[in-house]
Ligand binder design. Structure first.
Ligand SMILES: N[C@@H](CCC(=O)N[C@@H](CS)C(=O)NCC(=O)O)C(=O)O
Length: 206
C-alpha cells in the first residue's frame, strides 16, 4: 500500500501514526494537494490528502475512511471490540476530528489577505476548540495514561494529533485549563509514532 499526503496535514498524520504503531508496510509518498495540476486528483477527485492506494488504480480517501481501512487491514484493530468501548472510541475520534477541522478552518482564515479576514469566523472556530477541550478535560479520567482503559488506541491517535495540531497552528495556553488532557498528551506525544511524524517546524510545548 502507499499513502499519499503532505507532512503538515493532521488528516494525513492520523494515518501515519497508525501505520507506525502497527509497523505496516505502507510507503509514505509526499504529494502536495495545493500545487497547480496536483497529481492527487487522479487518486482523489476531491483533491485532498490523505489518499491511500490499496490496489492498482484503487484508492481510499477521507481520513476517517483511510484510518478505518488501515485499522482493519491486518486483523490487529486499535479500536476496542466491546460495544461500549467501540462507541467511546468513535466519540473521541469525532471530537478530535472536529478540533482538527476547526483548527484548519481557522488557520486558512488567518492566511487570507488581512482586509478579507473575518475575525468573527476565527473566533467561532476558536470557541469550538475551547469547548471541545473543556469537554475532553471533563470526560477524561484522572491520571489515566490512555483515553480508554489501559490500552493505547485510535482515540489516543486522533485526539493526540488534534491537540498537537492545535499547538502547531493555534498556539495558546489551553494546558492551564485542561491539566489532565495536558498530562495525557505529554505521554502520548513521547511515543516514537508521534515523535517521528511531527510536522516540520513544530515547536514542542512544555
Ligand atoms: N475531510 C477530509 C479533509 C482532508 C483535507 O482537507 N486535507 C487538506 C490538507 S490538511 C487538503 O488536502 N486540502 C486541499 C484542498 O482543500 O484543496 C479528511 O478527513 O481527509
Amino acid at each position: 500500500m502507499k499513502l499519499y499526503g503532505s507532512t503538515t496535514s493532521p488528516y494525513v498524520r492520523k494515518a501515519r501514526v497508525l501505520i507506525h504503531e502497527k509497523n505496516m508496510p505502507v510507503e509514505f509518498i509526499v504529494e502536495d494537494p495545493w500545487v497547480e495540476d496536483s497529481p492527487i486528483i487522479i487518486k482523489n477527485p476531491l483533491s485532498k490528502v490523505p489518499a491511500l492506494e490499496i490496489g492498482t488504480d484503487s484508492y481510499m480517501f477521507e481520513s476517517v475512511l483511510v484510518v478505518h481501512y488501515l485499522d482493519h487491514a491486518d486483523g490487529k484493530s486499535f479500536t476496542p471490540r466491546d460495544p461500549a468501548g467501540y462507541w467511546q472510541s468513535q466519540w473521541w475520534q469525532a471530537l478530535g476530528q472536529g478540533i482538527i477541522d476547526a483548527g484548519i478552518t481557522r488557520v486558512f482564515e488567518t492566511r487570507r489577505p488581512e482586509e478579507k479576514q473575518m475575525p468573527e469566523k476565527m473566533a467561532r472556530e476558536e470557541q469550538r476548540i475551547a469547548r471541545a477541550i473543556d469537554l475532553a478535560e471533563k470526560t477524561m479520567k484522572e491520571g489515566s495514561e490512555f483515553l480508554l482503559g489501559n490500552r493505547f488506541g485510535l482515540a489516543d491517535i486522533v485526539m493526540g494529533v488534534a491537540m498537537q495540531y492545535t499547538d502547531f497552528r493555534y498556539t495558546h495556553d489551553w494546558r492551564s485549563r485542561a491539566p489532565k488532557l495536558a498530562k495525557w498528551l505529554a505521554g502520548v506525544a513521547a511515543r516514537p509514532s508521534f515523535e517521528e511524524t511531527l510536522p516540520p517546524g513544530f515547536v514542542k510545548v512544555a
